[in-house]
Design a protein around this ligand. Structure first.
Ligand code: SF4
Length: 367
């Protein structure tokens, strides 16, 4: 079986109490029988805390209790999990031990990555020298991957490799390279719609001919759309609302000055957005095997980069500075509110097909 992961994947270490956020908040962690049984053997004090900290959810599943502030009952004041601190990491439940690592299995292929909803994973991505993948053959047998055409998976892998190549090694601005990725996905969507998987090998990242991607109008459209999604934390729509107001309030000259000032003060923005786009393409492109939805995913990637660029620039303007940790916090909030919220994510993928509302491809290609 082939295994593939980003080259910085194994560098990840949870920074616990030094984390600017925590993943032990807002998410409902359902515990399996094996873990619940093992928790009966926890050291005395911890066992009592576990007993009080595990409750039934609406579906009758056992999960950690969340406080009114959304914090997990097992989270200690210093930002560590009491299970890990008092008993050892090996006793964390499967979900908590794995996060922010996630694994996608495609029969003959297993892919792993780090979810950027974790600010430390986002920081590693932003500070990586590029977005590169490593692959190995582990000698294990391929697992069955029923219901998926092998030709479709290979074609998607091929187009994704081309998309990553155009994005990370292509010439021109990140907006131009993202436009090429979008054009490739548009072509690929055609092949998927007609089950013409051979055609996936003929797709090419065309040169954009029309408007440049990344402008204010598109940013406002994406930010307003994100604002209308179901939030996990109330701070997210509040932030989006204030940034939309800040952006709308700028006249043309002030908007141009914002972009120029931000890009000069934070020159790493373009490399960082390229890596965020690489991560999103790596994580979501192949998922089209499940629902044929390739172009909508590419629109989501392009839209996310446009919106994150503006959020970074507006943060820089509001605070007078932007650090890599500040940029990572924005990526992390996007990951938490969009990537981890299945309904939100799929709503945005669906949006991508409304060409009148999201005329990205037509604008970029001058159609
Ligand atoms: S969000 Fe990441 S760094 Fe922070 S506590 Fe969770 S795993 Fe650790």
């Amino acid at each position: 079986m082939r295994r593939r992961e980003p080259d910085y994947y194994r560098k990840f270490r949870c920074i616990g109490g030094a984390c600017p956020d925590t993943c032990c908040k807002d998410w409902e962690i359902v515990l399996d029988e094996q873990t619940l049984e093992a928790y009966q053997q926890a050291p005395q004090g911890l066992r009592e805390r576990l007993k009080a900290g595990i409750v039934d959810n609406e579906d009758g599943e056992r999960c950690f209790r969340l406080g009114e502030d959304g914090r997990c009952a097992m989270l200690t004041q210093d930002g560590w999990c009491a299970v890990q601190r008092e008993w050892g990491e090996e006793h964390l439940c499967g979900h908590c031990a794995a996060y922010p690592r996630f694994v996608e299995e495609y029969g003959c292929l297993t892919e792993s990555a780090l979810a950027i909803s974790c600010p430390e994973a986002a920081r590693l991505l932003l500070e990586a020298p590029g977005f590169a993948l490593v692959e190995e053959e582990d000698g294990g047998a391929d697992l069955p991957f029923e219901g998926v055409d092998g030709g479709m998976l290979s074609g998607l892998e091929h187009t994704r490799a081309m998309a990553l190549e155009a994005l990370t090694r292509g010439e021109g601005t990140v907006w131009k390279r993202l436009a090429q990725v979008l054009a490739l996905a548009y072509d690929g969507q055609d092949a998927l719609d007609f089950c013409a998987y051979d055609q996936l090998f003929q797709c090419a990242p065309l040169e954009p001919q029309g408007a440049e991607m990344g402008g204010r109008e598109m940013a406002l459209r994406v930010l307003e759309r994100w604002m209308a999604l179901e939030p996990l934390r109330p701070e997210w729509p509040a932030l989006l609302q204030s940034r939309c107001a800040q952006l709308s309030g700028l006249d043309e000259g002030a908007y141009d000055a914002l972009r120029a000032g931000f890009q000069e003060a934070y020159p790493q923005w373009e490399g960082q957005l390229t890596r965020v786009a690489g991560y999103l393409i790596f994580r979501h492109w192949l998922k089209a095997v499940n629902d044929d939805g390739l172009y909508g995913r590419a629109v989501l990637v392009g839209g996310a980069c446009v919106a994150l660029y503006h959020l970074m620039a507006l943060e820089w303007q509001a605070q007078g500075t932007l650090s890599v940790e500040g940029a990572a916090a924005l990526c992390s909030a996007f990951g938490r509110e969009v990537e981890h919220m299945e309904d939100n994510f799929m709503a945005l993928v669906e949006d991508g097909y409304h060409l009148e509302r999201w005329p990205l491809y037509q604008c970029l290609m001058g159609l």
